[in-house]
Design a protein around this ligand. Structure first.
Ligand code: 13P
Length: 287
């Protein structure tokens, strides 16, 4: 069964750890993340961007596949299926398709319009027990065609959006999607501390988890971050392991070309990355 992300994040905020959101792309990704969460007794959030949703034949396919997999694999840890950077229309579609959590990313709108649209999505989601993430201050970099400006959020605007009744709040603090450039200035902890002070118990979300050094992750958690999104790092681990398999000529040995064999090293690599993040975020044994 899928659950809303609300309870797991309230617990994470109180317990000073973070729940990982790992983005999924296909069956192997989903299975790898679910099994790792179960093995580590950790709550988990599966992230689905609108682009990945289209790639996997629509939100309903994703929701039905994930629910069936949870059943079939005997997964008992809390799992939320969450729309990542949803548009206004996309959030409505994901709610209708059976997602248990949605992000409405209104960061591209002026604050008043962001507030109006966020309110509508909250009303719709709450009536079905679905959690909502909102965003203030665009996250930098590019993810699935959604390009963010890399703004640093205004703590007063964060408070305005938090007060609408969202369950988690993403705020830009110098984080970006994808790999960080060599001259990256790091996370803006002063702003994070101000946001945390104004929004109190609200679980804060850190996007762009790939490549943020462990000490910055720990400091962000100590300042109220309770959900950390990781996408690119699993993609890199998967690609690296798959390349090594092929470069070693393993696909040419026996039935090494069988997709169940060809994709196995990448599958194991995703599992290792997810486990490492769960340990770093402190969510192991918090299911
Ligand atoms: P990365 O791809 O940088 O890990 O970011 C993931 C993310 O923030 C998903 O919303």
């Amino acid at each position: 069964m899928l659950v809303s992300a609300k309870d797991m994040l309230v617990k994470a905020k109180a317990g000073k750890y973070a729940v990982g959101q790992f983005n999924i792309n296909n069956l192997e990704w989903t299975k790898a993340i679910l099994l790792t969460a179960q093995e580590n007794n950790s709550p988990v959030i599966l992230g689905v961007s609108e682009g990945a949703g289209k790639y996997m034949c629509g939100f309903k396919t994703v929701a039905d596949m994930t629910k069936a997999m949870i059943d079939e694999l005997g997964i008992t840890v809390p799992v939320a299926l969450h729309l990542d950077h949803g548009s206004y229309e996309g959030a409505k579609k994901a709610i209708a398709a059976g997602f248990s959590s949605v992000m409405f990313d209104g960061s591209k709108y002026a604050i008043d319009e962001n507030i109006e649209k966020t309110k509508e999505i909250i009303a719709l989601a709450n009536s079905k027990g679905i959690s909502v993430e909102a965003e203030v201050g665009a996250i930098g970099g590019e993810e699935d065609g959604v390009v963010g400006g890399g703004e640093v959020a205004d703590p007063d605007e964060c408070k305005q959006i938090a007060d609408l009744g969202v369950d988690m709040l993403a705020a830009g603090i110098g984080n970006i999607h994808g790999k960080y450039p060599a001259n990256w200035a790091g996370l803006n902890f002063d702003v994070l501390a101000q946001i945390q002070e104004k929004t109190g118990i609200m679980p804060l979300v850190l996007h762009g988890g790939t490549g943020i050094p462990a000490d910055m992750i720990k400091k962000a958690i100590s300042l109220g971050v309770s959900k950390i999104n990781v996408n690119t790092e699993c993609q890199l681990s998967f690609a690296d392991a798959t390349r090594k398999y092929i470069e070693a000529g393993k696909d040419l040995e026996g039935k090494g070309f069988d997709p169940r064999k060809l994709l196995a090293p990448g599958f194991e690599a995703i599992k290792a990355t997810v486990k490492e993040k769960m340990e770093l975020f402190g969510s192991v044994n918090k299911a």
